[in-house]
Ligand binder design. Structure first.
Ligand code: UD1
Ligand code: CA
Length: 451
């Protein structure tokens, strides 16, 4: 079965009170749209997005998406059926169409697969049962349990409003059937909109059996307002934290950890409060992450400790390392086994070799440091000359004294020493001491003469 996604994101989202397209509102630091696409692209190889309001921001967002997709424009937000209609020319022949709404972002792959497998040659809709169904379309069924219509909140009678099974906005339908039904939708309702939900009665009247798949509540709530967005954020946080817990991680507080990307973990890892893990994060065995740390797109080896308040992005940390507290590892930082990066040390595109240390206050940019080398407090690699970035190289077993400026491009050899307070502008060979500072002069009895 060839499945194709249609993701609706053209609405104005006026209830968000924002200029932005609603589906660009974030859940876990990434747009709802990117969350939906990530999951939907696992069940279908091709996708059409329907855009309209704030389309330039949506097109910018697409630049970050991978895979095979296109988009169509809905000229005016005349309703969800009109949105689907505007996408039909972009859709492959003989496909089964999976329709998703851009403001229902927490759906799981397994739920979508179940819906698709229940579609057969008809339409299947994803529903859920809510204690408080206010605002959602209510699903009406016949005695055999097949859906026969969906009534929107605005159009529902008092009795219909009591129905607790609601439409989630996600449905799956054979293309030809969807095309015929969407073209038959009228806008004779309270909102004067072309409701996609009307296709249920249209298709049921043709004699088709429409199955409903019931999804877990938390996966299918929609976000129309900032309040609902916050509710979804909390659900998402708890879903992701529980996933980690079930992978055997010790978590200090489930409500104070934010997993915004994909995390792989070994055994016996622990994560303290207020930690954010984003992008692709891989932790080895026995890794501990201290409170208030942010880690993005980073791999951390076995037995390494990240101390409190560390900020680590696009980096690779080896085994048995100690990072922080208050360390900042920027993109391209590679810290090899047994190395140590201490407080207020910033690194960028820098490799710190095995057993080397930069324990206090330093900036190491575009730098390669060998093994067992000590970088003193206050060391700065001066990598930028106003135009270009230049490299610093430091060999093995060397010692850079405190408060040294290493003006790149510059190379310091192995077993070399840099005297504290030096400004190093020339290479220092292996085994040498580089000193570059004015000599100290003591003026004897100077203070006595002064008085
Ligand atoms: C919709 C459903 C409702 C369901 C609920 C689930 C309809 C008529 N109603 O209501 O039955 O319970 O979702 O969350 O479909 N959009 C467009 N173009 C438009 C209008 C909307 O692309 O002209 C997009 C929006 O950007 C949004 C999605 O369609 O991503 C849903 O629209 P929204 O207005 O939020 O529908 P609801 O009122 O929540
Ligand atoms: Ca909605």
């Amino acid at each position: 079965m060839k499945v194709h996604n249609i993701i609706l994101a053209a609405g104005e989202g006026s209830r968000m009170l924002s200029e932005k397209a609603k589906s660009l509102q974030p859940i876990g630091g990434h747009s709802m749209l990117s969350r939906i696409y990530e999951v939907a692209s696992k069940v279908a190889k091709t996708t059409t997005f329907v855009i309209g309001h704030d389309k330039s921001s949506l097109i910018d967002e697409f630049k970050t998406f991978k895979g095979n997709f296109n988009f169509s424009e809905q000229a005016k937000p005349l309703g969800t059926a009109d949105a689907v209609k505007s996408s039909l020319s972009m859709i492959p022949e003989k496909a089964t169409l999976l329709v998703l709404y851009g403001d229902v972002p927490l759906i799981r792959e397994s739920t979508l697969k179940q819906l698709i497998s229940n579609t057969e040659d008809s339409l299947a809709i994803l529903t859920t049962v809510l204690d408080e169904p206010f605002g959602y379309g209510r699903v009406k069924k016949n005695v055999d349990g097949y859906a026969i219509s969906i009534i929107e909140e605005k159009d529902a009678s008092e009795d219909e409003r009591k129905i607790k099974e609601i439409f989630t906005g996600i449905l799956c339908c054979k293309k030809d059937l969807l095309v015929t039904a969407v073209n038959a939708v009228k806008n004779d309702n309270v909102a004067n909109e072309y409701y996609l939900t009307d296709i249920v009665s249209i298709i049921a009247e043709k004699g088709y059996k429409i199955k409903t798949c019931i999804a877990p509540n938390d996966e299918v709530k929609g976000a129309n307002t900032k309040e609902e967005l916050l509710e979804l954020e909390n659900i998402y946080r708890s879903m992701k934290a529980n996933e980690l817990l079930n992978m055997g991680v010790t978590i200090s507080d489930l409500s104070r950890i934010d997993i915004r990307g994909n995390v792989e973990v070994g055994k016996d890892c622990s994560i303290d409060v207020n930690v954010i893990l984003d992008g692709e994060v891989k932790l080895g065995n026995n890794v501990s992450i201290g409170p208030n740390s942010i880690i993005k797109d980073t791999e951390i080896g076995d037995n390494s400790n990240i101390e409190a308040f560390s900020h680590i992005v696009s980096s690779k940390i080896g085994k048995d390392c100690s990072i922080g507290p208050y360390a900042r590892l920027r993109e391209g930082s590679i810290v090899e086994h047994n190395a140590k990066i201490g407080n207020f040390v910033e690194t960028k595109k820098t490799k710190v070799g095995e057993k080397s240390k930069a324990n206090h206050f330093a900036y190491l940019g575009d730098t390669e440091i060998g093994e067992d080398t000590n970088i003193g407090a206050g060391t700065i690699t001066c990598n930028y000359d106003g135009k270009n970035k230049n490299k610093t190289k430091i060999g093995d077993n060397s010692f850079v004294g405190t408060n040294s400026s290493l003006v790149a491009p510059v190379t310091i050899g192995s077993n070399a020493y840099i005297a504290a307070g030096s400004v190093i502008t020339k290479d220092v060979p292996d085994n040498a001491l580089g000193v570059s500072r004015s000599k100290q002069e003591n003026k004897e009895n100077w203070s006595k003469k002064k008085s």
